[in-house]
Design a protein around this ligand. Sequence first.
Ligand code: NAP
Length: 319
Amino acid sequence: MAEEFEVVIVGSGPAGLTAAIYTARANLAPLVIEGEPSSTSDQPGGQLMLTTEVENFPGFVDGIMGPELMTTLRAQAARFGARYVTEKVSRVDLSASPFGLWVGDPTAAEPTYRARSVIVSTGAQSLMLGIPGEDRLLGHGVSTCATCDGFFFRGHRIAVVGGGDSAVEEATFLTKFADQVTIIHRRKELRASKIMQDRAFRNEKIDFIWDSTVDEVLGDGSVSGLKVRNLVTGEVSEQPFTGLFVAIGHTPNTGLFKGQLDMEDNGYLITHDGTRTNVDGVFACGDVQDHVYRQAITAAGSGCMAAIDAERWLEARAH
Ligand code: NAP
């Protein structure tokens, strides 16, 4: 028989763990299915596990390291009775409460856990280019997070791929470390907001390669160059960059919920009246339903909302 919980929280970034703190303190003894360790941002603790210093989470005058913040939030929820399973959910059945959640074999007839309510906080992760060399050199000159890795690129010649706010923000941040940062964009105008564009155009350390894509990341143990293709002329050249930051957007971790929870065209979950999804008793919080703010503190705030929404929903059903 599957063990049944009042609340199961799927995902353990700032949203999920804040929901765990609140539901645990409401005596709902939540189960957090926190994910599995990996090199990507869908691991336990989420994107902050790939970050170094976090300076904008309120309450820490001198900042705090991302992994330390997540370890602290995890322990805080455990103190009030939250339980953790360090595995990934492989299948969900949200057709009726109590909902079914599987970990391990998704073809098993019985779910591993049942939940009267579910809080989805599976987050989002960086999109990658999918070109040769990118995976192999991730962490060895290829990065998706300037805040995390910029420090290691002092004196390097860095390329940032993308034309949105993320690319411009990453490039601007990287000029603290590098002498020159080049934004490589597939069109000849940026998508970034006007104010961010102006900042980049004014920054003498930022230059641009327009109408171009990166075809391949070169190098053995570290990045030694990039194959850059000009999309107008078709010309391919090898450029001696030693760092590549990929900043082409994020994708929400919502594959598990396709066909069951309503999503926008870009895959983000749709919520209404706080954190409610289209399924009564299923709530969503954090980056999985937010492609606008995407901050640790906004994720934590919506985790608190989801916990309160779930608590009230359970309470109303009990009467
Ligand atoms: P985005 O706005 O979707 O921009 C992605 C960029 O990557 C676009 O320029 C796109 O090119 C390019 N791109 C996508 N796939 C590509 C591929 N396969 N190869 C090469 N280039 C590719 O994503 P974002 O910059 O991450 O921003 C997401 C949201 O967060 C936005 O709403 C943004 O305003 C917000 N944000 C705000 C701030 C801030 O205000 N401080 C900072 C970061 C993000 P095209 O232009 O040709 O489509």
